[in-house]
Ligand binder design. Structure first.
Ligand SMILES: NC(=O)C1=CN([C@@H]2O[C@H](COP(=O)(O)OP(=O)(O)OC[C@H]3O[C@@H](n4cnc5c(N)ncnc54)[C@H](O)[C@@H]3O)[C@@H](O)[C@H]2O)C=CC1
Ligand SMILES: O=C(O)/C=C/C=C(\O)C(=O)O
Length: 486
């Protein structure tokens, strides 16, 4: 039996409570291991270690020395690529083709981009004349914020954790990571990499457990945590923001979405169908940037619905390493129940089910996995539950539209504002709409195409703050002004 421990001050440790919980594989519900839940004593120890490490050898490294250490982390993740791949796949059940192209490479790239950023970023400087005729020069100095709490979701575990850990460490902070209870393995494994490359104890810590009354809330309410960065549900973001208010700690929040794809009659049809297929069904729809509302201009509506249905039919569910697997299971029984509840709600509210709507027929040995069918609906009003609420499953509702004004109004009529994709060959229209749609991220004739130097985050109830490239420095550093009179 595998034990998934906590990683505190450079050592793998259990807990004083003796509490453990089962981590099961969502493909077939087999037991992967027992997770040792961190309680208050373990969270206190992790934060104390992180605080002490700021004053230890880590805090004395030059930027270049720190970046060299991060480069070694990148190399070691790549050396242990298969270990990370196996761990991520066991936790999530996602296809190996996906994890090996996105999750694990981004786990390494998320450190690399921020060593490049931190080595090349400048701060402003101004000169002025003083009233007594002398000169004063001001300049900015960036210092680490301190101990950063990183609270992660389960959909892209290594990718989303390193997206925060990379810049935090590059800026000289120390971190305490709380992975999702559903996906503890890769964050825990990264502790081995830290030790191998000589990252000092206490710089990177992992506390496993749940949110409320567990590791998550113990961590976010800890007074020695200097900043909290979170990706996950908007409701949890609200709780985390409240926790941050005590002690005036800054928060960076990447939250939910109910993203719209706008497909115009003049689009490159095959590209639009292929891209919307990915944005609806990739990672079994468990991507905050994913599309759950598709708006198609009326002249191509029927053709588009038929084409997307054909793609959904080809999404073969199966084991992660089978060559013909196109879609994995959902992450957990809890999430499967939530998504199937939404499928039932769509039916109850009168949806026309174009495809799916239930559990696929799986071979006997996989029947206990967390499978759901890719699902397409039409015919619902814009007020229907599955058109307004985030589902986080492989599904979408397709609505026809007649005018640009109408589709912009429908796309914006939602409390979230994370991402959109616009499919048209009219570049003027695309650029016009890109500024009218209320989102943090807008893709034109593409989706989830990432340049890690660019600002990433959501508007409205999809988040606060932007991370990526130099934008991450706003959260992970304090910008101090120094004025010298001479
Ligand atoms: N990237 C995204 O936008 C994601 C959105 N979701 C959405 O959220 C729904 C629920 O998924 P969950 O994993 O339960 O998301 P969640 O937002 O509840 O959990 C994310 C992380 O926050 C922690 N957490 C929960 N409550 C906390 C609290 N009060 N204080 C500190 N930490 C806390 C959890 O343990 C986990 O590590 C999904 O069905 C989906 O709709 C889920 C995962 C990612
Ligand atoms: O590319 C990224 O940095 C992030 C992608 C996806 C999410 O944030 C998410 O699904 O939560």
């Amino acid at each position: 039996m595998k034990d998934i421990l906590n990683f505190i001050n450079g050592e793998y440790v259990s807990n004083v409570s003796g509490k453990t919980y089962e981590k099961r594989n969502p493909v077939d519900n087999s037991l992967i291991g027992m997770v040792h839940e961190a309680g208050k004593p373990e969270v206190d120890a992790a934060v104390a270690a992180a605080k002490a490490a700021l004053k230890g050898p880590w805090g004395k490294l030059s930027v270049v020395e720190r970046c060299n250490m991060l480069d070694a982390i990148v190399a070691e993740i790549n050396n242990r690529f298969d270990d990370f791949l196996q761990a991520e796949i066991a936790d999530t059940g996602k296809p190996a083709t996906l994890a090996s192209h996105i999750d694990i490479p981004r786990g390494a790239a998320n450190f690399k981009i921020f060593t490049d950023t931190i080595k090349n970023v400048s701060t402003e400087s101004f000169e002025m004349r003083t009233p007594d005729g002398k000169t004063a020069r001001s300049y900015g100095v960036r210092t680490p914020r301190g101990v950063i709490a990183i609270i992660c979701p389960w959909n892209l575990p290594l990718l989303l954790m390193t997206w925060k850990c990379g810049p935090a460490l590059a800026c000289g902070n120390t971190v305490v990571v709380k992975p999702s209870e559903a996906t503890p393995s890769t964050a825990t494994l990264l502790g081995e990499v830290m030790n191998k490359v000589g990252v000092p104890p206490g710089v990177y810590n992992v506390v496993n457990g749940f949110g409320v009354d567990s590791a998550g809330s113990f961590l976010t309410s800890h007074p020695d945590v200097n900043g909290i960065t979170f990706t996950g549900e908007t409701k949890t973001g609200t709780a985390i923001m409240k926790a941050g208010a005590d002690g005036i700690r800054p928060v960076s929040l990447e939250l939910g979405g109910k993203n719209a794809a706008l497909v115009f009659a003049d689009c490159d049809f095959d590209n639009a169908v292929a891209t919307v297929t990915r944005s609806c069904f990739e990672n079994a729809g468990q991507v905050c940037l994913g599309t759950e509302r598709v708006y198609v201009e009326r002249p191509i509506f029927d053709k588009f619905v038929a084409a997307l249905k054909e793609k959904a039919e080809q999404m073969k569910p199966g084991r992660p390493f089978d060559a013909d697997t196109k879609i994995g299971p959902l992450v957990s029984k809890i999430h499967q129940k939530k998504v199937l509840g939404m499928y039932a709600k769509a039916k109850e509210e009168g949806a026309n089910i174009v495809f799916g709507g239930g559990i696929p027929d799986m071979p006997e040995e996989l029947k206990d996995g967390c499978w759901v069918q890719p699902t397409i609906w039409t015919g619902l009003p814009e007020t229907a539950t599955v058109v307004t609420e985030e589902i986080f499953g492989p599904c979408c509702h397709i609505q026809p539209f007649d005018t640009e004004e109408e589709v912009v109004a429908m796309a914006n009529n939602n409390r979230y504002g994370l991402a959109t994709s616009i499919h048209t060959q009219d570049i003027s229209r695309a650029m016009r709409l890109a500024s009218e749609i209320e989102v943090g991220l807008c893709w034109i004739n593409s989706w989830f195409l990432r340049d890690l130097r660019t600002p990433f985050g959501g508007s409205k109830q999809s988040g606060i703050g932007r991370e990526g490239g130099v934008h991450s420095l706003e959260f992970y550093t304090e910008l101090r002004n120094v004025m010298v009179k001479y």
